[in-house]
Design a protein around this ligand. Structure first.
Ligand code: ASP
Length: 345
């Protein structure tokens, strides 16, 4: 561990199973997590563990992460940015349902500069039999204390994943996060084994200025399915959104043979609505032009999100618009690797 840095690791608690308690209505967030952590995780005081500091934020009281809205991403980023100099890194404790969205958003906002921000949660609350909460927090702290990575990472169990590559795969047991097709950044065992070359996968860019960003951006997500037509597309495209993440068929993209649908996409594009495609196969990638059916859609303005997750695509569009990029710039950056979120072919 890096013993030269005695600054604390900043802890931001947003809610989620990690700090919940069972009530007659089911699991509910509690606000006494800092006290419970101090009491129930004595390993925090083990030699070599970095000091921690709980940081208040303006993102509201602890919530189930199913209630997260984009305003939470910007509130967390504001707080991290305001404390960046004082801390050697940050851990965000968050519910798992939308953890991949918040982690992706923070990766594009880069509020801590070159310091690591690790998002984590738990499948069972701290203090319950079989809880993974303590292990996840301790492993996140060890990753920051090691002083090796500058990533926005997601720690769960024995893995450090690139946050903007993650997606939740199932809720109850084992490892709930996958990051196809990005290999874990590190395995966390007795030692932390980092994958070499991972840092080079992030060319940088897309860093936002949260203090000046507009937060009233609206982005929609729309899956492609047999029967999706111009009427439904227009209902979304005309609802005041600046961008649409189209969850497309991996190879054929969408109904490129439906003239009215293609015209609706082209009209939205002409109005400045950015339509970005990601694959609805969770480990797939968009291949524009491979099938003739995709060509009219590409010509109408659908831009490829390559192998981005839906979480990365949605947050990337939101943040690019929030910092004032125009539609053409958003389209160009959406298709380009900024923070390791997509693989060029
Ligand atoms: N529904 C919970 C949440 O996302 C699930 C969890 O934390 O695991 O807040």
């Amino acid at each position: 561990m890096n013993q030269h840095d005695d600054r604390p690791v900043g802890l931001l608690y947003t809610g989620g199973t990690f700090g919940m308690r069972q009530s007659e209505r089911g699991y509910e967030p509690t606000d006494d997590l800092p006290q419970r952590v101090e009491r129930d995780i004595p390993e925090l005081r083990a030699p070599g563990m970095p000091p921690i500091e709980w940081i208040d934020h303006d993102a509201g009281p602890p919530i189930n992460s199913s209630d997260v809205t984009p305003s939470l991403w910007y509130a967390l980023a504001d707080t991290i940015r305001a404390n960046a100099e004082r801390c050697r890194g940050f851990i965000v404790i968050h519910g798992t349902d939308t953890l991949a969205y918040t982690g992706s958003a923070l990766s594009f906002l880069q509020p801590a500069g070159d310091r690591p921000v690790i998002v984590t949660g738990a499948s069972r609350p701290l203090g319950e039999t079989g809880s993974d909460a303590a292990m996840n927090l301790l492993n996140a702290l060890r990753v920051i204390a090691a002083g090796v990575t500058t990533e926005t990472g997601l720690v769960f169990g024995d893995r450090l994943l690139r946050a903007n590559r993650t997606t939740k795969r199932h809720g109850m047991y084992g490892q709930p996060f996958a990051s196809p097709p990005c290999e874990p950044l590190a395995g966390i065992g007795e030692r932390i084994e980092y994958r070499t070359g991972a840092e080079d996968e992030r060319p940088g860019g897309g860093a936002a200025s949260p203090a000046t960003s507009a937060r009233d951006v609206r982005i929609a997500m729309l899956p492609v399915y047999p029967g999706l037509d111009a009427r439904t597309f227009n209902a979304v495209a005309d609802s005041g959104v600046q961008g649409i993440v189209l969850e497309a068929y991996p190879a054929g993209i969408g109904p490129g043979g439906d003239r009215a649908f293609v015209d609706a996409v082209a009209a939205a594009h002409a109005r400045g609505v950015v339509v970005g495609a990601v694959s609805q196969a969770r480990d797939g990638r968009i291949r524009m032009g491979r099938y003739a059916s995709s060509t009219p859609l590409a010509a109408a303005g659908v831009v490829s999100g390559a192998d981005m997750t839906r979480e990365a695509a949605l947050t990337k569009l939101h943040i690019l618009f929030s910092v004032g990029a125009g539609p053409e710039s958003v389209r160009e950056q959406f298709a380009r690797n900024l923070q390791g979120e997509l693989t060029d072919e």
